[in-house]
Design a protein around this ligand. Structure first.
Ligand code: AMP
Length: 210
């Protein structure tokens, strides 16, 4: 097992890229920290109850809470698998926790998208609550409006995808997560792709870079 880290702002397209690549290749496993947390909130587990308030504000949940979830997934992942780790680490402390697991990190790929286009992307974002497929009302619409192409479930809008929370999440990204770009550059693991090429080219560029 090895790990490819997806770096990038909220709305940069990390989840779309990872879920596309994982759908094409069974050796790739998409692990999204946000999906793990939303699953825990929906189930009402103790971790979910603790995480909910932070997530609604667009703040980061405590490092130990999300780190334990990621460690559990790493522990249960065996064989010839590349984990596409989306949303973790989110700060340098989490990056160090990840290193301590000993799981080999193959690369950290930054999906680079300017803030000026993030707001429009997030405003149109729709997600399948069942299979987690991502859509956008303009750039990546489902075949039937409001319905997932893959499983027929009604698409939803994430609670934290409202303009106020998006701004807070961008502030958190620049303050907490952006230092990871230098962190992984110093380790010789950083790759960067232009995340504004459209879903197909973004995914292809990521695959080539990772
Ligand atoms: P995402 O789906 O990656 O945009 O994450 C949604 C929300 O989940 C974030 O705004 C945070 O509140 C929380 N979250 C996800 N990943 C992490 C992480 N690695 N550390 C702390 N909070 C996280």
């Amino acid at each position: 097992m090895n790990i490819v880290i997806l770096l990038g702002a909220p709305g940069s397209g990390k989840g779309t890229i990872a879920s596309r690549l994982a759908a094409e290749d069974t050796n790739l496993k998409h692990v999204s920290s946000g999906d793990l947390l939303r699953g825990a909130v929906a189930k009402g587990t103790p971790a979910g109850v603790e995480a909910k308030g932070y997530m609604e504000k667009g703040a980061l949940v405590p490092d130990a809470l999300i780190a334990q979830m990621i460690k559990d997934v790493i522990a249960e992942t065996e064989g010839d698998v590349t984990m596409l780790l989306d949303g973790f680490p989110r700060n340098v402390a989490q990056a160090k926790i990840l290193e301590e697991t000993g799981a080999p990190i193959r690369s950290a790929v930054l999906v680079d998208v300017p803030d000026s286009i993030i707001a429009g992307r997030i405003a149109g974002r729709r997600t399948c609550p069942k299979c987690k497929a991502g859509y956008h009302v303009v750039s990546l619409p489902p075949k039937v409006e409001g319905i997932c192409d893959h499983c027929g479930t009604a698409l939803t809008i994430r609670k934290d995808d409202n303009p106020d929370t998006v701004n807070d999440r961008l502030v958190v990204y620049h303050r907490e997560t952006e230092p990871l770009i230098q962190f992984y550059k110093d380790k010789g693991l950083l790759k960067t792709i232009d995340g504004d090429q459209g879903p197909d080219k973004n995914a292809a560029a990521f695959k080539a870079a990772m």
